[in-house]
Ligand binder design. Structure first.
Ligand code: F6P
Length: 345
């Protein structure tokens, strides 16, 4: 078979490890073509052979050797449906199947493309946000959490030295997983999640008390966090995607007005959470996902994404994943852990 491989959406640590595992598992029996910059490469015909030499040394390398694109949707590219163009590229290269490594957006596109054009597709769940339906752990998430934990640990020493409130803003879009696990791992005093809109009065009282008790406070806020009684104003981008970011600074201003005697500072971690090498956990998970996706191809199990459930890599129908978003449930064990430790969550 001749198999196309693409990476779509925001990059994350572990993408190259998946490409490596898919390629090394399928060679030499099958032929692999790397598609550049996600579905964009199918629209403009940018494909190149993937061989062992191209992937062998990539296990620990961040980013994606194929490049990626955040908004390359062939069904809505610059206001036009270009899916037929993308499908023509697949036919021109005689692709028998596609391995699509992407987040909720790219997997949704892959499912639709496979269904409408008849191309057999296997998905691999990628995102630091950890918000893909049917999958308990996407690769890249552990690496992002490690960055948040390290940042909080570093900020704790300077917060304590100056008697300040340090606010750390994490990524995650509408899901609070990065802030929740990163906040717990970094010893945050307050963790603010999109799933749990918070009241400023209650947070202010908590911070005042915490500073009185221990001399400083660490707040970990997810970029999608919302006030209980307010709306979030996001910058709307072409293609309908909202750009988040800035809630940490807004929070510091609010706290500064409400607690003028306590200094507060914000740190926006931004794309630091996506860059760099994958953790050992993510290297292993990426490798497991890549091998499992290759097995799907060999066994003709298409229209599925590989996923982690418990400690097992399973197959989940792409149709069940498409268009969905996995968020922190109300009674999640980690929320109980945080509450048991007196964390404001
Ligand atoms: O979905 C991954 C993610 O990193 C989000 O956490 C974040 O909101 C978004 O991508 C940022 O995207 P961009 O790279 O376009 O700024």
């Amino acid at each position: 078979m001749r198999i196309g491989v693409l990476t779509g959406g925001g990059d994350c640590p572990g993408l190259n490890a998946v490409i490596r595992a898919v390629t090394l598992s399928l060679l030499p029996a099958h032929e692999l073509l790397g598609i550049e910059r996600g579905f964009w490469g199918l629209m403009v015909d940018r494909l190149r052979p993937l061989d062992a030499a191209a992937v062998r040394d990539r296990l620990d390398e961040g980013g994606t050797l194929l490049g990626t694109h955040n908004r390359a949707d062939p069904f809505a590219w610059e206001g036009t449906d270009r899916s037929e163009l993308a499908w023509q590229t697949c036919r021109r290269h005689a692709l028998d199947a596609l391995v699509a490594i992407g987040g909720d957006g790219s997997l949704t596109i892959a499912e639709r493309f496979g269904r409408q054009c008849g191309l057999p597709v296997v998905g691999v769940p990628k995102t630091i946000d950890n918000d893909i339906e049917g999958n308990e752990r996407s690769f890249g998430f552990d690496s992002a959490v490690a960055v948040v934990a390290d940042a909080l640990t570093r900020l704790q020493t300077t917060a304590r030295s100056h008697g300040r409130v340090m606010v750390v803003e994490t990524m995650g879009r509408d899901a609070g997983w990065i802030a929740l696990e990163g906040g717990l791992a970094g010893g945050a005093d307050a963790i603010l999640l999109p799933e749990r809109p918070f009241a400023l009065d209650a947070l202010t009282d908590f911070v005042r008390l915490r500073v009185a008790e221990q001399g400083y406070a660490l707040v970990c806020v997810a970029e999608g966090a919302r006030l209980a009684d307010g709306a979030q104003s996001w910058q709307q981008l072409p293609g309908g995607v909202a750009r988040l970011g800035g809630v940490g600074n807004a929070l510091v201003q609010e706290l500064g007005q409400r607690l003028p005697q306590i200094e507060a500072r914000a740190t926006l971690l931004g794309h630091l959470q996506r860059g760099g090498a994958p953790t050992a956990f993510d290297r292993v998970l990426s490798t497991r996902f890549g091998v499992a996706a290759a097995t799907c191809v060999r066994e003709g199990a298409f229209g599925v994404t590989v996923a982690l459930q418990g400690d097992r890599v399973v197959r989940v129908p792409l149709a069940l994943v498409a268009g969905k978003n996995r968020r922190v449930p109300a009674a999640h064990e980690l929320l109980n852990c945080a509450a048991a430790l007196g964390v404001f969550v």
